[in-house]
Design a protein around this ligand. Structure first.
Ligand code: ZN
Length: 360
């Protein structure tokens, strides 16, 4: 009997964890024309042109890293990385460049990075001290295919004036504002943030405690911001993440909405390394694998307003798929303050499917 070929690719034999559908099961994932077309038990490999055997691996929606710097050789401080080797090869199918350039470099970013990378790349426009909010907003509107918001500010140089400009720019562009907790007091920064905006470097180490008061309690203004729809992003980076602060927040019921690296030249060789290592750190702090995956797939897709298309393996969604091995042993992780924690698990990237194509 001759089977008809129904699929381009079958990702076969893995443990599918897709928090967008509450799935945690051994299932095969079928792909056709760059989209997910079927999820099922023991799908027939003869019905697929290509089969990717992933026995013993964890299969998730393509991982999204909401804080990177990937304007290689051209971005601010020349800190950008080659996105395909530092993100895609590590299981990340989509990144957000969180502020590496000004409006005058939008075309260069599009030409050299967005159009020439296998990784899906979105970006924020970095606010400058004398930036024109209207020009920023118009630039976002004219490049909505990859520009999704405004960044206040890359590199910890923010001032009150720049915060106001960034807010106005986001209003002109009808887009998100991502803020670092630097410059004015956190309370003031949060007052300028609306529903859908993102605070990054949320778990900054002391003495800049950020979310916590002097007794280690989450500040009331943080709870208020979350209630009105502000998202907390990790943005690990060279100096932006403390195990101690994260533990205190987790204990009070405040996890990050999104897990992200703030990967750039000065963090990629430690303490951050890559997204799977960053995800594994949250497991070392006691977060479940499902929660870690949710905050690295479904949640960043929601922030990017791409829910249903990215960050999910629902039928009809874009066929971005990440496959990991869960290593068991004794793994020592380090935060931005040099503090260490030991974890039992570490995610190891194995395969990456981008728009239905096996790229690693
Ligand atoms: Zn950054």
């Amino acid at each position: 009997m001759v089977e008809t070929v129904k699929y381009d690719l079958l990702v076969k034999g893995g443990l599918v964890i897709d928090p967008s559908q509450g799935i945690h099961d051994k299932l095969d994932v079928a792909v056709f024309k760059g989209r997910i077309v079927n999820l099922g038990v023991n799908l027939n490999p003869k019905e697929s042109k290509e089969v990717l055997e992933v026995d013993g691996q964890i299969v998730t929606p393509g991982v999204i890293d909401l804080h990177t710097h990937v304007f290689y050789l051209l971005g601010h401080k020349r800190e950008g990385l080659k996105v395909d080797s530092t993100s895609l090869a590590k299981g990340v199918t989509t990144v957000l460049d969180a502020g590496s350039f000004y409006p005058e470099d939008v075309e260069a970013f599009r030409y050299y990075i967005v159009e020439r990378s296998r990784t899906r790349v979105y970006a924020l426009l970095s606010m400058k001290p004398d930036g024109n909010p209207r020009e920023y907003g118009e630039t976002v509107k004219a490049n909505r295919d990859f520009l999704v918001g405004i960044k206040y500010h890359h590199g910890g140089l923010g001032t009150m004036d720049m915060l106001i400009l960034a807010r106005e720019a986001a209003d002109w562009g009808e887009c998100m504002l991502m803020c670092e907790p630097y410059g004015p007091k956190l309370k003031t920064i949060l007052e300028y943030m609306y529903k859908g905006d993102v605070l990054t470097h949320s778990f900054h180490p002391p003495p800049r405690r950020g979310l916590l008061d002097e007794d280690g309690k989450v500040l009331p203004e943080v709870w208020e911001a979350i209630k009105r729809g502000v998202y907390l992003d990790q943005g690990h980076g060279r100096s932006g993440f403390s195990f101690e602060v994260a533990e205190k927040c987790l204990k009070q019921g405040l996890p990050p909405f999104t897990i992200s690296t703030d990967l750039h030249k000065l963090s990629v060789n430690g303490p951050v390394y890559d997204m799977p290592t960053t995800m594994s750190k949250w497991m070392a702090l006691g977060m479940s694998l499902e929660e870690v995956i949710k905050r690295s797939t479904l949640h960043p897709a929601i922030v990017l307003k791409k829910g249903g298309y990215l960050g999910t393996l629902k039928i009809g969604a874009c066929a971005d798929i990440s496959c990991f091995k869960m290593l068991e042993g004794e793994f020592v992780f380090e935060d931005s303050a040099g503090e260490k924690r030991t974890g039992r698990y570490k995610l190891e990237p194995m395969h990456v499917v981008r728009s239905g194509e096996v790229v690693f």
